[in-house]
Structure formats: C-alpha cells, structure tokens
Design a protein around this ligand. Sequence first.
Ligand SMILES: [Zn+2]
Length: 220
Amino acid sequence: MINKLNHNVAGPATALDELEASEAPERTEVARRQPLRFPLVSAHRIAVLCDGFALPPTARAFRSSELSMVAAWKPDALVVPLNMALLLAGEKLFGDLKLPSVEIAVAVVTRVDDAPLGDHHRDLLWRAFQVPIFEMLASWDGSVIARECEVHDGLHVDRDVAVPTLRDEELLLTHLNDSTAPVVLARTGFSAELEHGHCDCGEDSPRLHRLTALRQSVTA
Ligand SMILES: [Zn+2]
C-alpha cells in the first residue's frame, strides 16, 4: 500500500506549488448547512450532536445537553464532535450512559484546527461503543471536507470544496467555499500522507492517511 502513496512531489505540478502558504485562518461559524453524508447507508436513526448539517429524514439533531432525549429516541448511529465522542465513551465505559441502540456506527467530526482522530481515540471509542468508527474532517468554517469511507482506507477529500497539498510533510489546504472568502493555501499544522487512485469503496477522490498534529509528531 505504501508504494501507492503519493507525497505530491511526484504529482502533477500546479499553480499552488508556487504559492507561499498562509497561516491557518480564524475559525468561523458554518456559513451554509451542508447535507449530512453518513458513511453507511444502513443507519436509519442518526442522532446528530453537531451543528452545520442539513439533515436527511433518517437523522435528528440534538444539543449536547439533551443526552437523555438522545437515549429515548434510540438512535442506531451517532454523529458527534471528537471532544463529545470521548466524553460519551468515558461515560459509557463507566456505566453512566446507556446507549444500547447504537449498533451501526459512530461518526466523529474532527477539525483541521483541533486534533485529528488518533489511534488511542479509536481504541477508546471502540471499547465503549463496539461499532465501526468513522472520521469526518471539518475545515475552519465547520464544513466537512474529507470523510472516512466504509472500507476505512483513509479520508476521501471532497474535491468540489477542498484541494489538499503536502509541503515539507505538512498538509496544506485550499478550501473553496461559495459563501465566504476561499482559503487559497493555508497551513493546517497536521502531517499526513496523500494517496491518489482508486479505493476499494469505489471512489477515486484523493485520500488522507495518518493525520497527525505536527507538534505531537515532533515530540513523539
Ligand atoms: Zn474509500
């Protein structure tokens, strides 16, 4: 698999290669709700504990303070920000939270200006929920720009809104957005590997692997 990984130096040259990267932009509110694309079609009762999504009929939004309502609704899947997911996992392992209906999957929303989903996070979430865990990576404005697919082989970048570039191992992002100013080429503070080519899930969009906060990877 490693020899398929393309670190972009061998990829096609683009105008972005000439540009100097900017620092990461400020975090903003979600400019426009985006359709929720859950990684598995088998989920029919998806409890969504984050803002920014236009929900399909199979999903329902809850505030983080409405956990008893979430449990009463009996979701088979969750969409939660990383910090909330870790909190729920801890409560579940200690027996303070019962969500036995969650049998399909948990999608964790991470952000380019926060921490990616680490292996230790996955281990904790798996122990707590014992269902497949998927990562959805959101940009500085909260919109999801890359999603882990059903075969768990990296995060597929949404080419309509984001262009990933690697420079000196750092992931740089161009984020096109029709309602706020586009981010031309900004640093993320994450290292990553970028893979081009066909994925076993059927998609051909570029995939991000091994997202790691750079500071963490230096001190590790
Ligand atoms: Zn895939």
